[in-house]
Ligand binder design. Structure first.
Ligand code: NAD
Ligand code: UGA
Length: 437
C-alpha cells in the first residue's frame, strides 16, 4: 500500500520506518526541512533502539522517502497517518491542536477521491468527529479515523512492530477495512485489534496514560508515607506488585514521570473533561499531577538536607538528563528540573547522560555537562542518581568513590544496588527510605 506519515518526530519517524519495513511504500512528511534532509540521508532525528538500521534499510530499498510537501503526499497516497505534536497550550492545561488542524487543512485541497486521514496524535475526545465533519464538508467521500499510538520511547520500534493491541476508532467499515489491510502482518501474528467509535478510541489513549500515571503517583505517594513511617517503599512496591491484580510494572518509586506525554496528557484530559461536563470524574488527575511535581521538590529538599541545609559552594554530580532511560528526550525531564533547581540554589552541578547531552545542553544551556561519569562526579559533595540508565547500574562504586570529595549518594530512582555502593565506601540515601544504608 502507499501511505504517508505526516510529522516525523518520535512517533512519525518510527511509524514510517516500521510501515515501510512491513512492505508498504511510505512517504514521510514534515515542515522541518533539516529533519527531512537528514531523514532522507537515512539519519534518525532521535535516539531509538533499532531505528537507525530500519531507516537505512528502507531508505536504501526506496520504500521509504521523505518530503516537506503535503501536496506531494496527497498525490502519492490514499492513506495519511497524522503524527504531529499536540503540546500543552501555554495558557493552560488544554491540548494545542494547531498542528493537527494545519495538517488537515493543508491536505484538504489536494486529497485524492476517497482518501483516509488516520490520526495517531493524542487528542481531546471529540477531535476526530470535528475533523470528520470538516473533511466531509470540504472533500466529500474522504474520511477520518483515529488510531492512537501506545509506543514507549526507548522501545518504540519494538512497540510499533509488536504492539500489545491496535485500536481503531471509526464509524466507517471502509476505513476499518483499509486499516486492517495496513496492519495485516500484525493481525496475522495475533495482535489484538479493537474497533471502536472515534470517541472511544480517543479516550482509550488518554485513559491508558492516566492509569499508568496514576500507578506511578500512587507508589510515589506511598514513598512519602514510607519516609514518614520509617518504612521501605522498594520492598512495599515489590510486595504489593506480587499481587497479580496489581502487577509489578509501573510501580517503580522515585522522581516520578516526565516526558512529552504523561504530564501534558493528564492535564489535557482534565481540561477536556471539564469542557464536556465531566470535570468531577477526573479530579483525581490533579492530585496525580501534584504528587508527581512534589517528588521533584522532595528530591531537591532531601539533597539540600544531605548537604547540611544549603547548596551554596557545594559540588553535585548528576547521573541522568533524559526523562527516562533508553531515550535522548529531555522534554519535561524530572532530572533536568532537579539539576536546574539545585544549580539555581548555588551548587556547582555537573550533569552526565549517555545519550541526551546534546538535547540537554540545548534545553538548559546554563548547566555544565560532563562526557563521562567520573568527570561529572569529580570533587562532588553529593551524587544524585536521577535517570535509571542501565549504565549506572554497571558503575564501579569503589572507583567512583575515589574521584568524589564525599562518597554520598542519593538514589532518586531506587534502582541502584545499594549494598554494592555501601560496600564500595558510599553512604547511600534513597527516596522512600529514611536514613542511610
Ligand atoms: P514530536 O514533537 O517529536 O514530532 C512532531 C513532528 O511534527 C515534528 O517533527 C514537527 O516538525 C512536525 N510538524 C509539526 N507541524 C507539522 C505540520 N503542519 N506538517 C508536518 N509536520 C509537522 O512529537 P511526538 O513525540 O512524535 O508526538 C506526536 C504525537 O503522538 C503527540 O500527539 C503525542 O502526544 C503522541 N504520542 C507520542 C508518543 C511518544 O512517546 N513520543 C507516544 C504515543 C503518542
Ligand atoms: C508513555 C506510555 O508508557 C506509552 O504507552 C505512551 O504511548 C506514551 O507515554 C505516550 O503517550 O507518549 P513514555 O512516556 O515514552 O511512554 O515512557 P514510560 O516508560 O511510560 O515512562 C514515562 C515516565 O514515567 C518516565 O519519566 C519514567 O521514568 C517514569 N516512570 C515509569 C516512573 O517514574 N516509574 C515507573 O514505574 C515507570
Amino acid at each position: 500500500m502507499r501511505l504517508t506519515v505526516i510529522g516525523t518526530g518520535y512517533v512519525g519517524t518510527v511509524h514510517a520506518a516500521c510501515m515501510a519495513d512491513l512492505g508498504h511504500q511510505v512517504l514521510g512528511i514534515d515542515v522541518d526541512e533539516d529533519r527531512i534532509a537528514s531523514l532522507s540521508a537515512g539519519r534518525p532525528p532521535v535516539h531509538e533502539n533499532g531505528l537507525g538500521e530500519l531507516l537505512a534499510r528502507n531508505t536504501a530499498s526506496g520504500r521509504l522517502r521523505f518530503t516537506t510537501s503535503l501536496a506531494a503526499g496527497a498525490a502519492f497516497a490514499d492513506v495519511h497517518f497524522v503524527c504531529v505534536g499536540t503540546p500543552q497550550r501555554p495558557d493552560g492545561g488544554a491540548a494545542d491542536l494547531r498542528h493537527v488542524d494545519a495538517v488537515v487543512e493543508g491536505l484538504l485541497p489536494h486529497l485524492r477521491a476517497g482518501a483516509l486521514i488516520v490520526g495517531k496524535s493524542t487528542v481531546p475526545v471529540g477531535t476526530a468527529a470535528r475533523l470528520g465533519r470538516r473533511v466531509d464538508e470540504a472533500s466529500p467521500g474522504c474520511e477520518v479515523a483515529w488510531n492512537p499510538e501506545f509506543l514507549r520511547e526507548g522501545s518504540a520500534v519494538h512497540d510499533t512492530l509488536r504492539p500489545e493491541r491496535l485500536v481503531v476508532g471509526s464509524d466507517s467499515r471502509r476505513a476499518d477495512a483499509i486499516l486492517r489491510e495496513v496492519y495485516q502482518p500484525m493481525l496475522r501474528a495475533g495482535v489484538p485489534y479493537f474497533r471502536t467509535d472515534p470517541a472511544t478510541a480517543e479516550l482509550v489513549k488518554v485513559a491508558a496514560n492516566s492509569f499508568l500515571a496514576t500507578k506511578i503517583s500512587f507508589i510515589n505517594a506511598m514513598s512519602e508515607v514510607c519516609e514518614a513511617a520509617g518504612a521501605d517503599v522498594s520492598l512495599l512496591a515489590r510486595a504489593i506488585g506480587a499481587d497479580s491484580r496489581i502487577g509489578s510494572l509501573f510501580l517503580e518509586p522515585g522522581l516520578g514521570f516526565g516526558g512529552s506525554c504523561f504530564p501534558k496528557d493528564i492535564r489535557a484530559f482534565a481540561a477536556r473533561a471539564e469542557e464536556i461536563g465531566a470535570a468531577e470524574a477526573v479530579l483525581f488527575l490533579h492530585e496525580v499531577d501534584r504528587i508527581n511535581t512534589r517528588q521533584r521538590r522532595r528530591t531537591v529538599d532531601r539533597a539540600r538536607r544531605l548537604l547540611g541545609g544549603s547548596f551554596t559552594g557545594r559540588r553535585v554530580g548528576v547521573l541522568g538528563a533524559a526523562f527516562k532511560p533508553g531515550s535522548d528526550d529531555v522534554r519535561d525531564s524530572p532530572a533536568l528540573t532537579v539539576a536546574s533547581a539545585i544549580h539555581a540554589e548555588g551548587a556547582a552541578v555537573r550533569v552526565h547522560d549517555p545519550e541526551a547531552l546534546d538535547n540537554a545542553r540545548a534545553a538548559r544551556p546554563g548547566l555544565t555537562y560532563a562526557p563521562d561519569v567520573p568527570k561529572a562526579c569529580e570533587g562532588a559533595d553529593l551524587v544524585l542518581h536521577l535517570t535509571s540508565w542501565p549504565d549506572y547500574r554497571r558503575l564501579n562504586p569503589r572507583h567512583l568513590a575515589s574521584v568524589v570529595r564525599h562518597p554520598l549518594l542519593l538514589d532518586a530512582r531506587n534502582a541502584l544496588d545499594t549494598a554494592a555502593w555501601r560496600a564500595g565506601g558510599w553512604t547511600v540515601h534513597a527516596l522512600g527510605r529514611t536514613g542511610t544504608e
